[in-house]
Design a protein around this ligand. Structure first.
Ligand SMILES: Nc1ncnc2c1ncn2[C@@H]1O[C@H](COP(=O)(O)OP(=O)(O)OP(=O)(O)O)[C@@H](O)[C@H]1O
Length: 336
């Protein structure tokens, strides 16, 4: 891996305070993303994937959610390393859209209905790069062409509702790339789209990433999508990474019982799966996730785990190095 990652997260703990309860949504998370690398965060609903991305982007709900500890460092294209935790809300605005591009599930939440597509893509170019109105608009048209939108000049003058869902997602990708970010965060970017369009958007993201050498954090609950797009995967459970490694290694030799359970109940992986399984939630495993407001002392998966022994409920296991650059938060990983 690159010695100087684009994103370097160490010991991230993010909490929510609701009605005097302290909810630990992300617990002691370590993650790096190298240039031109895609890391997928995968896990059930509520496992902390989106809170991880909101923590990186400085978009936690004010007064409710807070990064309690840890380091979040981003390496800009210029090579400067920015301590994201040290940024004011104002300074964060200069980072989002400029150094970090974002693509979300529903393009209509990122696009403003009252401005044309071209104006919206041109705006960050004017703000962050100081380009003139005309130059920024011309660049926006070029970006629309780059993301595969036919007749980009005409499309640039249209409003979001005049585009199909797939075209709108292409437009938000163009907007996210407008300032040539070092890191792209994609949170379920294909979930709301129909299956053939999903595959096209994944291809587009892969192409854009390799052309630009960006790091990409890709959040999904779909293992088929992980297989399709990611180099490495981090499996989250109850706010912690329980297993991480290359996609090839983790999918062929899962070393955590939770990953194993997901894999066992998942259909065959590969391109066909993306098409067939797109939009299908992760297969279910018997039992339920413990409350994040009252996590047990031991392994949070213990109550659902077929490998459980007494020691599992005594302390949270550390991430064990299982070889092959793979890590598992299970004391019995050798038997999984
Ligand atoms: N705005 C919020 N207020 C209070 N608690 C929150 C808030 N957002 C998230 N949480 C807490 O953080 C936990 C993790 O949420 P998160 O959105 O990161 O899950 P996720 O893995 O992204 O799930 P999904 O796949 O459903 O998006 C939630 O279960 C909840 O307890």
């Amino acid at each position: 891996m690159d010695a100087q990652p684009i994103l370097d997260i160490a010991g991230l703990t993010t909490v929510f305070r609701i009605a005097k309860q302290r909810v630990v949504a992300v617990r002691d998370l370590n993650l790096t993303i190298a240039p031109a690398e895609t890391v997928a965060l995968v896990g059930e609903s509520g496992s902390g994937k989106s809170v991880t991305s909101l923590s990186i982007m400085g978009l936690l709900p004010k007064g409710v959610g807070e990064v309690e500890s840890g380091r979040l460092a981003l390496r800009r294209k210029s090579g400067d390393v920015v301590d994201l935790r040290g940024l004011s809300r104002e300074a964060f605005r200069g980072v989002r859209g400029n150094d970090i591009g974002m693509v979300f599930q529903e393009p209509l939440t990122s696009l403003n209905p009252v401005f044309t597509i071209g104006e919206q893509i041109a705006e960050p170019i004017r703000i962050h790069k100081g380009a003139s109105h005309a130059k920024a608009f011309a660049e926006a048209v070029g970006l629309l062409a780059g993301v595969g939108i036919p007749d980009p000049r005409r499309r640039a003058s249209q409003y979001p509702h005049e585009l199909s869902g797939g075209m709108r997602q292409r437009a938000t990708i163009a907007m996210a790339l407008a300032c040539d970010p070092a890191l792209l965060i994609a949170d379920e970017p294909t979930t709301a789209l129909d299956v053939t369009i999903q595959a096209q958007i994944l291809d587009l993201l892969k192409r854009m990433q390799s052309e630009r050498g960006m790091g990409m954090l890709f959040i999904t609950h779909n293992l088929g999508v992980v297989a399709e797009i990611a180099d490495r995967v981090a499996v989250m459970y109850a706010g912690s990474i329980v297993e991480t490694g290359s996609v090839a290694r983790v999918f062929s030799h899962p070393r955590h019982p939770y990953t194993e359970g997901l894999m066992r109940s998942a259909p065959r992986l590969g391109e066909a799966t993306v098409l067939k399984e797109a939009g299908t939630p992760l297969p279910t495993i018997a039992g339920s996730v413990p409350s994040l407001a009252n996590l047990p002392n031991g392994c949070p998966f213990a109550s659902r785990c077929g490998y459980r022994i007494d020691r599992c409920t005594e302390a949270l296991p550390a991430l064990a190095d299982t070889g092959h650059a793979q890590f598992s938060r299970c004391i019995r990983w050798q038997e999984v």
